[in-house]
Design a protein around this ligand. Structure first.
Ligand SMILES: *Cc1c(COP(=O)(O)O)cnc(C)c1O
Length: 856
């Protein structure tokens, strides 16, 4: 044997080596992988390949590299018996995977070059990916930022959720109105997920319970289900930035159980069996498209229970692979409830521990309470989840019994703490009395968790003092604040590469993991050359958005105008309408004095309305109608432009935040729990016009009042005004410009084909004005005038912009996640070493024994 042959043989003989060779990050290995995957996975060569084929080939090559790290990560966690975070969320709004994976693996530039040399542009490939829109807005996007930070901080973590077949609908605009198009995001295949049918679990629904005494003489309960649904897990890798850690997002798809179908087939009821299969598969069919409102539908409760039960059964299986019993489950698992959507998990874990694993109530309760923590996301009454007891009992009869038992014990405790305070007991009860009894999911979450947190300082104070005040009285030690954050990997590196490069040029790369380092940018505010480059970058980002708007909306935008942007879900409390009132105010000034000096502005909106939310959809129509009038009016002469960006999404957000001059964060004080869009804008150097609401308060505090445009009523002023009797007409009668604006809308100036079209908007403002636009109007208009003045002083504006970026490092989700880890989850980082951890070092048996062919 020649020496070189022996050398090669040794190399190839080692499976491990071979794997490392084929998934390594070198240029040559990547190029080879692209070609081989194009051939073997897509079944094409360069002659036949489409852009989609190239995208798939690259995506698979990158996934292979993530897979190798994911396996090593999983082994390391098992070996170290590490405490793991399980993040339960009905929504994960991940955004496209390819760009983010390339960034986090450090391959972005290299892959861009390799493709470029073959005549392919990476940007075009990235655009081929269908965005997985498995969330509505901020809450789902927060879950995605958290997964990125958990992996980057090397924390053992799994995200658990639902693999909706249809994500958030695609928004089209037709004649100014929103139209919803089903989001068939899986129709071209999803190269990022791996199904794991061997880890499927069964979930029961309906039926009844039976009470009996077991052989040991213990009282027991059996749940005789009405039907069973299977949950099939699909795993998506979640890479950290510049680390070997690759965690998992595990999403559940509902399928019919074979057993059930066979029964029906035996009886000859073919159609019944197929219909039942359809019923089962409906559970993960579609994401409910409501943001901050509940839809009390049976299917929604089934979705919540389905993914929670699948996840808990999975967590228990994993735990029992490496532990004798479940006694120490809470020492190895931190279960986080992202809002109350998964709160049924508290009753489900109790059921699993007591009914299926024969634990006593006390022991099960100890484990449950110590495992769970709850994040509240909203103060809006219409978003607080309640389920009618009758619906609940029909779908989850055993859980209703468990909830009654939790409530019985809880209220007994309350009574010992506050004897005779029956009002307090009524307020705290997990069951709301009334003409229809309701289960209060937030109360279940509070009682069953050891920690409760709000998502911004102001929000947490309002939880303690208003919404959950009685719980705070009882358990003050459970409450803490965890101000939200966003990942700088997606929202700066990927979304704003020009700015990221400038920052790296000045600071090195540390800021990407330690965003507080952005503070060092303050040293450059007086550097005229740096300011010029900062401005040129903003202009280049604006030019990209101008091109996008031209291409997709056919509207020509003046790049030198102030880009005034409000992108977020359409909701009355977010007050897109207040923004519209400002636009019409400026328009009317121009109409009255066509020669008036007005700072050129481009007003950019984007956001979806829930399909059943009439007012929100009418406001979209109003924005588009105002755009039609303003954009065509020769008197305006390019001074004002209005654009409604269709189908706002994470991908569109990446373009928009980077191009903004002004960020609109104008919710009624006390209504927005935190906001995260506000953070993305400020980080990208936009200045904020905002109320003292949610995390705006902390952004203002960080960037300083000189670098923030504050207006409007405070929370206390809002409640005082409400308490003393709020009369929106008062503001109308005393404000000439406001009168004119509302009259234009009311009399059909923007809807000549249907003059009464927008009457409901004006009526709502004049007669209820729940969100107090009338009270805040003048303050907002005045503040916008200050914005215009400030923008005219370009050098100072750039200074303010730099300071916004420099001072918003605290809004990295890395900071948020560190707080959760230290104060709630008590978990520590685990380093993943690609060269250690051979199978022999593992303390546990492999899942499949090759010697005896036995699955455990
Ligand atoms: C960040 C983000 C949101 C949340 O925006 P808010 O302004 O905080 O409401 C919603 N949707 C998408 C796509 C986002 O990226």
């Amino acid at each position: 044997m020649s020496e070189s042959f022996e050398h090669d043989y040794r190399r190839l003989a080692s499976e491990d080596m071979q794997l490392k060779e084929s998934t390594n990050l070198s240029r040559e290995a990547l190029k080879r992988a692209f070609t081989e995957n194009l051939y073997h996975i897509q079944g094409k060569d360069e002659y036949f390949a489409t852009l989609h084929d190239y995208y798939m080939a690259v995506a698979h090559s990158i996934r292979d590299r993530l897979t190798q790290r994911r396996i090593q990560t999983a082994k390391t966690y098992v070996q170290q018996d590490a405490k793991t975070v399980y993040y339960l969320s009905a929504e994960f709004l991940m955004g496209r995977h390819l760009g983010n994976s390339l960034i986090n693996l450090g391959l972005y530039e290299q892959v861009r070059q390799i493709l470029h040399e073959s005549g392919l542009e990476l940007d075009n490939l990235l655009e081929r990916e269908r965005e997985p829109g498995l969330g509505n807005g901020g809450l789902g996007r927060l879950a995605a930022c958290f997964l990125d930070s958990l992996a980057t901080l090397e924390i053992p973590a799994v995200g658990y959720g639902i693999r909706y077949e249809f994500g958030i609908f695609e928004q089209a605009i037709q004649n100014g109105w929103q139209r919803e198009i089903p989001d068939k995001w899986l129709s071209f295949g999803n190269p990022w997920e791996i199904p794991r049918p061997d880890y499927r679990v069964a979930v029961k629904l309906g039926g009844h319970t039976e009470h009996y005494t077991d052989a040991q003489g213990h009282y027991r309960v059996r749940w005789i289900e009405g039907q069973t649904v299977l949950g099939i897990p699909y795993d998506t890798p979640v890479p950290g930035y510049d680390t070997n850690t690759v965690n998992t997002l595990r999403l559940w798809k509902a399928e019919a159980s074979e057993e059930f179908n066979f029964q029906a087939f035996d009886a000859g009821d073919y159609f019944g069996a197929v219909a039942n299969k359809m019923f089962s598969e409906n559970i993960s069919k579609v994401l409910y498209p409501n943001d901050n409102t509940i839809q009390g539908r049976e299917l929604r409760l089934e979705q919540q229970y389905f993914f929670v039960s699948c996840s808990l059964q999975d967590i228990i299986r994993l735990h029992l692979r490496t532990h004798e019993s479940l006694d120490n489950l809470h020492e190895k698992a931190a279960l986080q409830l992202n809002d109350t959507h998964p709160a049924i998990a508290i009753a489900e874990l109790m059921r699993l521990l007591i009914d299926e694993h024969q634990m006593t109530w006390e022991q099960a309760w100890h484990i449950t309470q110590n495992a769970f923590a709850y994040t509240n996301h909203t103060l809006l009454p219409e978003a607080l989840e309640r389920w009618s007891v009758s619906l609940f009992g029909r779908i989850l009869p055993r859980h209703l019994e468990i909830i009654y038992e939790i409530n019985y014990r809880f209220l007994n405790y309350v009574y010992t703490r506050y004897p005779g305070e029956f009002d307090r007991i009524t307020r705290l009860s997990l069951i709301e009395e009334g003409h229809e009894k309701q289960v209060r999911m937030a109360h279940l979450a509070c009682v069953g968790s050891h920690a409760i947190n709000g998502v911004a300082a102001l929000h947490t104070e309002l939880l303690k003092n208003v919404l959950l005040r009685d719980f705070y009285d009882l358990f003050p030690e459970k409450f803490s604040n965890k101000t939200n954050g966003v990942t700088p990997r997606r929202w700066l590196l990927l979304g704003n590469p020009r700015l990221a490069n400038l920052i790296t040029e000045k600071l090195g790369t540390n800021w990407i993991r330690n965003l507080e380092d952005l503070k060092q940018l303050e040293a450059y505010v007086d550097d005229a050359d740096f300011r010029d480059r900062w401005w040129q970058i903003k202009l280049a980002n604006k030019q990209d958005l101008v091109n996008y708007i031209q291409q997709h909306h056919g509207v020509e935008v003046n790049i030198n105008s102030l880009f005034d942007i409000q992108v977020k879900r359409m909701h009355e409390y977010k007050r897109q309408l207040l923004n519209v009132l400002h636009i019409i105010t400026l328009y009317n000034r121009i109409k009255r004095h066509p020669k008036i000096e007005i700072l050129p502005r481009t007003f950019i909106f984007g956001g979806k309305a829930a399909p059943g939310y009439y007012m929100a959809k009418l406001i979209i129509k109003l924005i588009n109608s105002v755009a039609d009038v303003v954009n065509r009016d020769p008197d305006v002469q390019g001074r004002l432009k209005v654009v409604f960006l269709t189908n706002y999404s994470v991908s569109l957000g990446q373009r928009v935040y980077a191009a903004a001059d002004l960020s609109e964060q104008i919710s009624t004080a006390g209504k927005e729990a935190s906001g995260t869009g506000n953070m993305k804008f400020a980080m990208n150097g936009a200045l904020t016009i905002g109320t003292l609401d949610g995390a705006n308060v902390e952004i203002l505090q960080e960037v300083g009042a000189d670098n923030f445009f504050l207006f409007g009523l405070t929370v206390d002023e809002v409640s005082a005004l409400k308490a003393s009797g709020y009369h929106p007409q008062h503001y109308y009668k005393t404000n000439r410009e406001l009168q004119e604006v509302l009259q234009y809308i009311a009399h059909g100036y923007f809807s000549p084909e249907d003059p009464n079209l927008f009457r409901p908007i004006v009526n709502s403002l004049l007669h209820h004005d729940e969100y107090m636009l009338m009270a805040d109007y003048q303050s907002y208009i005045d503040c916008q005038e200050q914005v215009s003045q400030a923008y005219r002083d370009r050098e100072n504006w750039i200074r303010m912009s730099i300071l916004n970026t420099a001072r918003t490092g605290t809004f990295s989700s890395d900071r948020t996640i560190k707080e959760y880890c230290e104060e709630i989850w008590r978990v520590k980082p685990v380093k993943v070493d690609m060269n250690s951890c051979e199978n022999a070092e593992l303390k546990v048996q492999p899942a499949f024994q090759l010697s005896d062919r036995k699955i455990n």
